[in-house]
Design a protein around this ligand. Sequence first.
Ligand code: GLP
Length: 239
Amino acid sequence: MIDLVAVEDEAALAAAAAGLVRTQIQAKPGSLLVVPTGSTPLGMFRALVAEAQSGAIDFGRCRFAVLDEYRGIGGDDRRSLQGWLRRELLAPLDIGPDRVIAFDALADAGMEAAGVERAIAAAGGIDLAILGLGPNGHLGFNEPGSPFDSRTRAIVLTPESIRSNAAYWGSEDAVPRAGFTLGLGTLHAARRLVLLVSGERKRDILARTLDGPVGPHLPATLLRLHPRATVLADRAALG
Ligand code: GLP
């Protein structure tokens, strides 16, 4: 069952998403949070940094896990997704690497994925996973066809995801062809899921996520099988 929360615009989306994080941290200061990269969460990141600076949220005990990563690039590569997260959120919040579960993009794929699963389990599981909606319905890099019980693993990006990710890096050639992602089963085990959706270009895929058939052909429909899932969407995305 999805709890659908409609907000006016991107700014309201950022404020509402930051509010959910604040509530989570107040209830459990040592929470393990998952946050996505992409353009949608950037407003939420800015709001969280502002709330941390004003003392409204204390991130002193919480931990983060990175949702997905490209494979085969170094941590200093401008395309590194954990680098993106460090710049936009973790460094301003003063959260060091000891409190972040992240993929080593250069490591052996199987070992690395299993290590991330173990680290999440050792931290007590994911309390809140904030997710973005891929244009093809992917969650993290769980592309269409990913089984709902899939665990954290290495994946090959679909041509559609390579095209959409080209927007971040300037050209399709600059997009690595493979990545890592937390699995759909790993995300389903999170105590709470929140999907952030903004803008008209997500309208069709959001409608199908909310009302179309549930199944791995559209990974985001996983939320409809989760006991505590929220979709936070703005008017432009809801149509
Ligand atoms: C990317 C990432 C996802 C992200 C999604 C949406 O490919 N792998 O984690 O949530 O696409 O991105 P955006 O918010 O820019 O639309």
